[in-house]
Write a protein that binds this ligand. Structure first.
Ligand code: SF4
Length: 337
């Protein structure tokens, strides 16, 4: 099975800019970008990132805001912060060379078992699994496993299976073969079994269970949050604050409070900043969906009676890293005007 998969990968693999060579830095950046994001969406981000930060030293030297700016729109911004911190650490602790040891790679911030496995196997040809959702699905089908792949114990079981399969193999082609097979052939819905290089080895196919497996029952608590979001202006400038923590840490955004009335917003703003606001008008309601929560942003335009710290012109705002949700707010305001 391994040989068939590896041969298929070598003849049919997808071409991506991060597959041009085995540079661990490029593989690391691409794997972090690919978490929760499609390959098509990642390609332009990856190319821009490589132009500005071609190596770990360049990334470590850059101001964090520049890294966020290039990440703008990719989401899950904590990834950008971890990349930057890790680049600094590699510069200091490993003299700018990406560590080769699996445990050293795994200890880096923002790198979990899957990413450490991908870097170790692709860049350093070490026989370690890189088990993501694609691999969980393929192995579940190959071995006719009816365990729920959303559970940790199933994920451990599948990791151990892959750990045995990968020994003495071309680990880079094997792991990337599984990635490509999952994306192109053994897809979540309607797998293309007729085109599959490992069809003969697949028990789900033999038992006509390929459209049933894997069992993947996730229990997610989804949270809805309603905000009054304030576009606060003074003359031609907008108030934007840098988030100190939370989901959008280090990104700039408009002031928003988990409140139900713009009048309460004015009171809260006064308590916090000692500044008076006038409510100018309601702009629009918008919705922004994250993985585990949805923001309902009820946008109002408020005016300050004097300028305060943290105010930016539109030209300055274009240079700041701003989350997609707050960019939508700005767009709605400018359209309203
Ligand atoms: S035969 Fe079908 S279900 Fe089995 S691994 Fe191939 S594509 Fe997936």
């Amino acid at each position: 099975m391994q040989e068939k998969l590896i041969r298929w990968y070598q003849d049919n693999h997808r071409d991506f800019p991060w597959r041009e060579n085995d540079d661990p830095y490029r593989i690391w950046i691409s794997e972090i970008m690919l978490q929760q994001t499609t390959t098509e969406a990642v390609i332009p981000y990856f190319e821009r990132f490589m132009k500005v930060f071609p190596d770990v030293i360049a990334l470590g030297k850059a101001p964090l805001d520049d890294v966020y700016k290039l990440w703008e729109g990719l989401g899950y911004y904590r990834r950008a912060k971890h990349l930057h911190e890790t680049a600094l650490l590699i510069k200091e602790k490993y003299d700018g060379h990406f560590p080769r040891d699996y445990q050293d790679i795994l200890s880096l911030k923002g790198i979990g078992q899957y990413t450490a496995g991908a870097i170790s196997s692709i860049a350093f040809h070490q026989c370690v699994p890189a088990v993501d959702g694609n691999v969980l699905r393929i192995i579940s089908r190959l071995y006719l496993l009816d365990d729920n792949i959303a559970l940790n114990k199933t994920q451990k079981k599948i990791y151990q299976i892959v750990e045995k399969l990968i020994q003495h193999q071309d680990a880079s082609s094997f792991n990337q073969g599984l990635m490509d097979l999952g994306a192109m052939i053994c897809r979540p819905l309607h797998p293309h079994c007729q085109l599959c290089p490992i069809q003969d080895d697949c028990q789900a196919y033999q038992h006509h269970q390929q459209d049933v497996l894997p069992v993947n029952i996730k229990k997610i608590r989804h949270q809805d949050i309603h905000y009054i979001t304030g576009v606060i202006t003074y003359q031609e400038k907008f108030l934007l604050l840098k988030n100190k923590e939370g989901l959008l840490e280090n990104l700039y955004g408009f002031v928003q409070y988990d409140l139900e009335s713009p009048y309460s917003f004015v009171e809260r703003f006064h308590d916090e900043y000692g500044q008076d606001l006038q409510i100018n008008c309601f702009i629009k309601d918008i919705k922004h969906v994250f993985t585990h929560r949805t923001w309902y942003m009820h946008i109002y335009h408020f005016e300050l009676t004097q300028e305060m710290a943290g105010m930016y012109s539109l030209e300055q705002i274009a240079q700041l890293p701003i989350s997609t949700a707050h960019q939508k707010v700005l767009k709605a305001f400018l359209k309203y005007q």
